[in-house]
Design a binder for this molecule. Structure first.
Ligand SMILES: Cc1cc2nc3c(=O)[nH]c(=O)nc-3n(C[C@H](O)[C@H](O)[C@H](O)COP(=O)(O)O)c2cc1C
Ligand code: SF4
Length: 467
């Protein structure tokens, strides 16, 4: 809980309903002393040491006040974009180095350029707010905490590729974010930021909201488009890319919430401002999401290049149980498990790929020494079996066979042959699956085998991992 006082914003917490009366007794509205008083919010190291670019207004402004939004820089990016030619907007985004924050890290500018280059009577902007990765919540926090930023980013995307309609596909388990987006769109429409005359420019753009179908696979872009069209969420073959033939067969930009919500800042401050953050080809910042067995879970926006250790130890303050950290899963349920020995790995798309992992949407789930990595590997295969859309055999059948093979390895049945079989199965899933659900499930499985062979209770696993 925070109160605005003449001395700045003062934080109290954690606060329970039962503790509220005591806060009033302590005159907390004037910043009075209380055991839960954390001091001036801006001085709290967890917040002070972040580099908030996309989340710069979250927690600061009233999420549904347009006046507050504008007085904190809101719509400056859009005002600039309204003065620019579409190709110039696309070039600015390209130069910023922004890569898609939904997981695949595809350069946003290149995607937009493809859609801009398509000739069509109708194009769409689709925002992927399905956020199905375990341990992630940045999209939800953004939609709840600063919904106008996403709206502004979508309008700019529309201007850039000459689309007049946008859709936000919001995870069904996010009712509050859905309502918040609904209210924010209504307010933006009343103020003519959405509708037939965006910001008085005579240009048209409007946004429609849709609640997701409750399936992990509906976060994959082609399944999402099927679902948006009212069909079952099943993967489409590519090509054609959605940029060429997307929603209702029209050229479509499909981007993650964070990708789109970062656009206003890039247009406001310029490409170079954003590109100056980060390392290598991973430019800008990412809202990392700390979860699992960690003392201070939460959202930490930092430039790429921060190490896992800095994130978990400096921000997260280590494990919640106080027991030694044993594994970290980065990048959602399809991400690799890393051992404590790899904590100095910098959070960078290429550095993680080189270690057979991925940064993904920035989810970081911490486990202490109580974790059983053989069980986690089994869970990855089981998750894939449950969430598979069923369109291709390596994923639909392979994931079920994967669970069975891991069970046999752990039970010590023909361990050498079954480890070989598991590796072969993973290779088939990686190379032959139609989409990344089947294609990436081997990442957590093989990383568990490679880094934690002892959990498979089988000397063959250790030998195979060492090889
Ligand atoms: C199984 C699966 C689930 C996915 N779930 C999401 C999701 O929940 N949110 C998201 O933004 N991208 C998700 N993606 C990635 C999307 O397919 C797509 O790459 C992304 O929406 C593109 O936006 P971006 O370029 O801004 O990242 C998922 C991909 C796969 C294979
Ligand atoms: S990999 Fe799995 S989810 Fe993807 S198309 Fe194949 S069956 Fe469907």
């Amino acid at each position: 809980m925070e109160v605005a006082t003449p001395a700045g914003r003062i934080a109290y917490g954690p606060v329970s309903p039962a503790g509220v009366a005591g806060l009033f007794d302590a005159d907390f509205l004037a910043g009075g002393a209380h055991p839960t008083r954390q001091g001036v919010t801006d001085d709290i190291a967890y917040l002070r040491n972040q580099e908030r670019v996309t989340f710069v207004r979250c927690g600061i402004t009233d999420p549904l006040s347009l006046a507050d939004y504008e007085s904190h820089g809101g719509f400056r990016g859009l005002r600039r974009a309204l003065e620019m030619a579409p190709a110039a907007i696309v070039e600015e985004v390209t130069q910023s180095g922004l890569r898609g924050r939904g997981g695949a890290g595809f350069p946003t500018g290149i995607k937009w350029k493809t859609v801009l280059g398509e000739r069509s009577d109708c194009k769409y902007i689709v925002c992927n707010a399905d956020e199905g990765d375990s341990g992630t919540y940045a999209d939800r926090m953004l939609m709840e905490g600063d919904p106008f930023t996403l709206i502004e980013g979508m309008i700019i995307a529309g201007l850039a590729v000459q689309a007049e309609q946008g859709f936000v596909y919001i995870r069904s388990e996010y009712p509050h974010a859905f309502r918040q987006m609904q209210r924010a769109c209504d307010l933006a429409r009343e103020a003519s930021w959405l509708g037939p005359n965006v910001g008085g420019s005579g240009k048209r753009f409007d946004i429609h909201l849709r609640l997701g179908a409750g399936a992990y696979i509906c976060g994959e872009e082609t399944s999402l488009l099927e679902s948006l069209e009212g069909k079952r969420g099943v993967i489409r073959y590519k090509p054609p890319l959605p940029a060429i033939k997307g929603l209702f067969g029209k050229p479509t930009v499909i981007n993650n919430v964070i990708s789109l919500a970062t656009i206003p800042m890039i247009l406001e401050r310029g490409a170079a401002f954003y590109r100056d953050y980060g390392m290598g080809r991973s430019r800008g910042t990412l809202p990392f999401q700390l979860a699992g067995n960690v003392k201070h879970a939460g959202l930490v926006e930092k430039a790429f290049g921060l190490t896992l250790r800095q994130l978990i130890e400096d921000f997260g303050a280590g494990t919640r149980t106080g027991r030694p950290l044993r594994a970290v899963q980065v990048g959602g349920p399809l991400g690799a498990y890393f051992p404590a020995a790899l904590l100095d790995l910098p959070l960078d798309y290429e550095a993680f790929a080189a270690e057979k992992g991925m940064v993904g949407h920035g989810g970081v789930v911490v486990f202490d020494d109580g974790v059983d990595l053989a069980w986690q590997a089994r869970f990855a295969m089981e998750f894939c079996a449950i969430e598979s859309c069923g369109k291709c055999t390596p994923c639909r059948i392979g994931s079920t066979r994967g669970v069975e093979v891991i069970d046999k390895i752990v039970a010590g049945k023909d361990a050498v042959a079954n480890i070989e079989l598991l590796q072969d199965l993973c290779l088939t899933m990686t190379d032959a699956s139609l989409c990344a659900l089947g294609g990436l499930t081997p990442l957590p499985v093989l990383s568990a085998l490679r880094h934690f062979p002892e959990d498979f209770d089988c000397p063959a696993a250790a030998a195979s991992a060492a090889a």
